[in-house]
Design a binder for this molecule. Structure first.
Ligand code: ADP
Length: 485
């Protein structure tokens, strides 16, 4: 299908390997479709491990040169990449919405807020400082160097097809690493468009490759190839676990942004309208398909009914439709599997005593659309409380007191984002410290930005993206003992 892009060269049907745009060497391809209607947007090469190996070989060759440039030189290239993304944001948003389904305004928001990671790390490139430490004897000095880890492999998901790339490639390239990226097969077109702009910005040939194709063989090559120093992954905990196991033999560095099961807690002293607004953004943005989504909404007993009523009123206003249509607030889910999971979670909650206050069914729009749904009478035993639903389902669980809700919130193997609304200062500090999560939003439903460390604890992952901490995963610390002085 043709997309009305201002710059048609941003929609490509080739992979970007070692600085070359290539078709499938063996002629194998796969289709990228629009989740709105299943129409085919592009046919892309399904690359085998040999081609991936070639990309890795070249990334390994050029890495020394890239690391050998001054930080300022790398910074200038990254800054140019950022500028080009911002200049092409409308086209990038249209490509993103077409392959992913989210409303155009959200696609733009994703691109702008995540391009900021490239801008940020272009600046941080110049601030990768080591240390000079007094030596153990007067004749010694201890020098601490920060050096790039080397060639990095990145694997990114379909829910943020653009943003999950820039927050990995930005710090990697800033640090002097090179990168091979495997985007999700549902949404590789955003990745390839970013590669077009990276090439234009002057990222050297081979320093950033985008390989498309089946996840498993490419993942295996990443895990087994000795030239890959580090794997950075955003996706499900199951795949993260698999990568960790596969990469164990090579003791590869890992950054993992995995699943979440975010609690969203509303205390009785909260500003209820603000809490509802925060819950709406946190829950229904991207049709509930974000890893930091509110998955379990805990509301203190005395305000639970009022909160639910306000939430139901807001949910009634959500307009479903095609992402490219003006006024659309919720697009289709990514695929049938996602719809089936939502259905399963609703049915499980109903069977165990839950009640539907709004939605609960597939939408009359058909396809992958599901009604935004609010349920009450939810307990910890239900799937909605235990697993990441990744869909527009808001399950409301009422609680008695602080101790009660903290125990429930922490009763999960996940620990990515958490949120709570409260005014009492002592409570704010107590609860923020007690929640087992990498991120806590206090009186807000939105957390991520390039200045803050994004990441999880427990089985939600390893490492942080964004902020001064975000580049550390791409650096090694080397100690040089200068003796005989
Ligand atoms: P989801 O279930 O949300 O699609 P996944 O974790 O399955 O999340 O997918 C996230 C990314 O991981 C995608 O790019 C997908 O292609 C990739 N992926 C899935 N399985 C593997 C695997 N065995 N090895 C490497 N990458 C994988």
């Amino acid at each position: 299908r043709e997309l009305p892009l201002a710059d048609k060269s941003l929609l490509v049907s080739q992979a970007y390997v070692a600085g070359q745009w290539i078709d499938a060497p063996e002629g194998k391809t796969f289709d990228v479709t629009d989740p709105f209607d299943g129409s085919c947007l592009a046919r892309l090469p399904d690359l085998g491990p040999e081609t991936v190996r070639h990309a890795i070989d070249v990334a390994h060759e050029v890495q020394r040169d890239w690391a050998g440039k001054t930080a300022k030189e790398r910074s200038v290239v990254l800054r140019r990449w950022y500028d080009l993304i911002m200049a092409n944001v409308d086209d990038l948003a249209l490509i993103l919405t077409s392959e992913q389904g989210k409303p155009l305004a959200e696609a733009r928001g994703e691109i702008v807020s995540n391009a900021a990671y490239i801008e940020w790390f272009a600046e941080e490139a110049k601030r990768v400082n080591g240390d000079v430490i007094p030596g153990a004897t007067p004749q010694q000095r201890i020098l601490v160097l920060k050096q790039p880890v080397g060639v990095c492999a990145a694997i990114t998901p379909w829910n943020f097809p653009n943003g999950m790339i820039t927050r990995k490639a930005g710090p990697a390239l800033a640090a002097g690493c090179t990168m091979i990226l495997k985007p999700a097969s549902q949404t590789p077109l955003s990745a390839l468009a970013l590669a077009v702009l990276a090439e234009r910005a002057g990222v050297p040939k081979g320093a950033f490759s985008v390989v498309t194709g089946a996840a498993k063989p490419i993942g295996e090559e990443f895990c087994r190839n000795p030239k890959i120093a580090k794997i950075t992954f955003t996706g499900s905990t199951g795949v993260g676990r698999w990568l960790m196991r596969e990469a164990a033999d090579g003791i590869k560095r890992l950054s993992l942004e995995l699943g979440g099961n975010a609690p969203f807690i509303v205390f009785d002293d909260a500003d209820l309208d603000a809490a509802v607004e925060g819950a709406m953004i946190s829950k229904f943005r991207n049709a509930g398909q974000t890893c930091v989504c509110a998955n379990r909404i805990y509301v203190q007993e005395s305000v639970a009914e009022a909160f639910s009523a306000k939430m139901v009123a807001k949910v009634a206003e959500i307009r479903l439709g095609r992402g490219t249509e003006a006024g659309t607030q919720q697009g289709p889910l990514i695929d049938e599997k996602a719809v089936a999971k939502m259905e399963e979670h609703v049915a499980d909650a109903l069977a165990k005593g839950g009640t539907i206050l709004a939605g609960g069914n597939r939408s009359s729009l058909g396809g992958n659309f599901f009604e935004p749904t609010v349920m009450t009478g939810i307990t910890q035993a239900m799937k909605v409380a235990r697993e990441e639903t990744f869909a527009p389902l808001a399950p409301i669980i009422s609680f008695k007191d602080e101790a009660d809700v903290i125990a429930m919130a922490n009763d999960s193997e996940f620990g990515l984002a958490s949120y709570f609304y409260a005014k009492d200062m002592a409570r704010v500090v107590r609860v923020a410290e007690a929640l087992e999560a990498g991120m806590v939003g206090v009186n807000t439903g939105m957390l991520a930005n390039e200045m803050a460390p994004f990441g999880g604890v427990k089985q939600s992952g390893l490492g942080r993206e964004g902020s001064k901490y975000g580049i550390e995963g791409f650096l090694e610390t080397k100690y040089v003992c200068l003796a005989g002085l």
